[in-house]
Design a binder for this molecule. Structure first.
Ligand code: GUN
Length: 689
């Protein structure tokens, strides 16, 4: 298994850089560049006690796919029999581990046992000298039960020790800069801000662990844990990995990852094994009374719980520790896969039922997200791509999924009713034609009824009531809003939207009719006029919501447009009156793609997707169709949304390319490694003039 990881050192200029390769909101798949390979996150660093190796590091590497581990440099420093060989041959040889080695500094020992006898610079120098990849400075542990004064002191002392620690680390040792502050949001965020802005001769802190949380985890105080994560995320540089120090119960992975945590470490796999406890993604299971294993496992396959109970103690601990490591790795793989498939929040919802305390933490988060009146919630929502193929399995929690909240926000902020009706008359006061059917696709189930209704009352705007709220009919194929899977009684009991909701969308609540089905025949000519009005409205709604082009400009731009269609009659490509292909509605997810011609038109209209200014050196490459790389962007508009289009311009504002963003505006200005924008089309010089 270990052979899958390349342990070669990264290029010197990449050391300590972190890039994001995939995301679901603020949960991310990242790559941290080190001297022993690229560490792929989210991941857990198993704690290896260099004196008691429950599972040999080499076995972790070869059999369990462990790419990086954490050990304690203070323990190595303290024991002569470890210190000398570590200094002579390096920590990788001492532990017999070829991957990334992270070390802690002794802070935790000082929390457990009182004072320790090593200096701030001495312990960093030692980590550097034994060849550690990512070391930890000697921070001051802040306990949750301490007074504000004591916690402030822990934060300040840690910050004071930071510059000398970075200096001692030199060019080759990456450092963890822990965040302290107990249960106080203001201290946590102050600590994050200060630790995040310390700069060294070579670099600042590479990783920011959130420290002082072990007592919270021991007491299952997950609500407080979530509040701390939210408080620090506001201030930790967005391009630094976040580590939860001492957190390793698989039950906590999805929720922490959904809030942007990248690294975990824990000795739980070994400690729990010692007293006969098994980790599972749903909580802890004691082996005492088990007759059968309530899960499948490679390690426990072929052996029964009673046989395990009868084993000699060391043998049993070894076996259970291996199982605990196996399940830990499996849950992390599940989280990573959930990020790739855009399902991290549905995993969070499932896992939130594992314990009352976890559910309490989740319910708090759900409320915060629904209110969306603080920095973290708005960051989580606005970084969640609102267009994604696939379906949405509906539960009572689903409404708070960030990508759905984001979709609703875009409808509220960017969607407007069409300006004219199918007869060409101005719609002064748009009424509502409410669709209360859950039979999708709506274009098949209700279109004829809509046409019938509009033939009589042209000033009604068809709107679909869904469990997620109102969806304008002109966005009826927007995935996943068009694929909500829930049982019939949910659809049949959806409420009529409030007057306020309708007014917010520019609709007149006093003119609301509910769509009825009937067999009445509408004259062919009228039917085709309404049909083509509905199609036009669909294109212009998508331009407003996904491309930020107003209905007014789109109406002018696409006057007398022509289209070509798929075999099922859906519009595949849109052409301007002079025959240029400008847009392609996507049948896969209901979004809309720009062509080069389309991007040029929106750019010259002065409207359209948000823009970013590319650095001069990168322009020829991007014009040639290469992706936009972080570090080559000079300036960026607000409102860049992952998964949606953006325009790439030079410093004179001329169009260079258009693409789909992989990140937010804030991330664009802070990351310095990885792809920022997937270029969809480069504009050649002669083309742009
Ligand atoms: N391990 C668990 N918690 C902490 C902490 O707050 N600081 C350090 N350095 N290590 C830890």
């Amino acid at each position: 298994m270990g052979a899958q990881f390349d342990t070669s050192a990264c290029r010197p200029q990449d050391l300590g850089k972190f890039e994001i390769t995939d995301r679901d909101g603020v949960s991310r798949l990242g790559r941290l560049f080190t001297n022993h390979g690229v560490l792929e996150t989210p991941m857990l660093l198993p704690v290896v006690n260099p004196n008691i190796r429950t599972i040999e590091p080499r076995e972790m590497w070869e059999e369990f796919g462990v790419q990086a581990l954490i050990t304690n440099s203070y323990v190595i420093w303290k024991h002569e029999k470890l210190r000398t060989p570590a200094l002579e041959n390096g920590v990788h040889e001492l532990l017999d581990f070829p991957g990334v080695i992270v070390t802690d500094s002794g802070t935790f020992q000082s929390y457990v046992y009182g004072d320790i006898d090593v200096g701030v610079k001495e312990i960093v120098a030692f980590q550097r000298d034994i060849g550690v990849d990512i070391g930890t400075m000697l921070d001051v542990f802040g306990r949750p039960d301490q007074s504000i004064g004591e916690l402030r002191e822990a934060v300040n002392q840690t910050v004071e020790r930071a510059p000398e620690s970075l200096e001692e680390a030199g060019s080759n040792l990456l450092l963890n800069g822990p965040i302290q502050g107990g249960l106080h949001d203001f201290l946590r965020s102050e600590s994050a801000e200060k630790m995040g802005s310390v700069s060294g001769d070579f670099r600042g802190f590479t990783v920011h662990p959130i420290g002082g949380i072990v007592p919270l985890m021991e007491q299952h105080r997950y609500l407080e844990l979530v509040k701390i994560i939210l408080a620090v995320r506001e201030k930790i540089p967005i391009n630094s990995p976040i580590h939860l120090f001492g957190c390793g119960h698989p039950m906590l992975f999805p929720m922490s990852i959904s809030l942007g945590v990248d690294l975990f470490d824990s000795a739980a796999y070994a400690l729990f094994a010692r007293d006969g406890r098994l980790l599972t993604p749903h909580g802890t299971v004691r082996i005492e009374n088990l007759k059968e294993w309530p899960f499948t496992s490679r390690i426990l396959n072929g052996i029964s719980p009673s046989e395990v109970r009868e084993m000699e103690e060391n043998e049993r601990t070894d076996l259970l520790a291996r199982y605990n490591l196996e399940i830990t790795q499996a849950e992390l793989a599940k989280c990573r896969e959930a990020i790739r498939s855009g399902k991290i929040w549905s995993l969070v919802e499932q896992r939130s039922h594992s314990s009352p305390q976890l559910r309490e933490a989740y319910l708090f988060l759900k409320d915060r997200l629904s209110l969306n009146n603080d920095f973290s919630s708005s960051e989580i929502i606005s970084s969640s791509s609102p267009v994604r193929s696939g379906s949405e399995r509906w539960t009572s929690d689903s409404k708070s999924r960030p990508h759905l909240l984001h979709a609703n926000m875009l409808i509220r902020e960017r969607w407007n009713p069409p300006l004219t009706n199918w007869k060409g008359g101005i719609i002064e006061k748009p009424g509502v034609l409410l669709v209360l059917s859950g039979r999708t696709p709506w274009r098949d189930s209700v279109k004829s009824d809509i046409i019938r209704s509009l033939s009589k009352n042209p000033n009604l705007i068809p709107m679909i009531q869904t469990p997620n709220g109102l969806l304008p009919y002109d966005l009826e194929d927007w995935a996943p809003l068009c694929h909500i899977q829930s049982f019939d009684s949910i659809w049949s009991t959806l409420p009529i939207p409030s007057d306020e909701t309708l007014r917010e969308l520019g609709l007149d609540p006093s003119n609301l009719s509910i769509l009825q089905s009937s067999d009445e025949v509408v004259e062919k000519e009228i039917r085709s006029q309404i049909f083509s009005w509905l199609e036009q409205s669909q294109i212009s709604a998508k331009c407003s919501v996904f491309l930020r082009a107003s209905r007014e400009s789109t109406a002018e731009w696409l006057e007398n447009m022509t289209v070509d269609r798929s075999s099922t009659g859906r519009i595949r490509n849109v052409f301007t009156a002079d025959g240029r292909h400008v847009l392609s509605p996507r049948l896969r997810d209901g979004g809309i793609s720009l062509t080069n011609e389309g991007a040029k038109d929106l750019h010259s209209l002065g409207e359209g997707p948000p823009r970013l200014v590319l650095e001069k050196d990168a322009i020829p490459f991007v014009r040639d169709g290469r992706n936009v790389i972080h570090g080559f962007i000079e300036q960026v508009d607000d409102e860049i949304i992952p998964g949606l289009a953006c325009l790439i311009v030079d410093s004179d504002g001329d169009l260079v390319a258009h693409g789909i963003s992989k990140c937010t505006s804030n991330e664009i200005m802070q990351f310095n490694k990885g792809i920022a924008i997937r270029t969809r089309g480069g504009i050649k010089i002669q083309e742009s003039k």
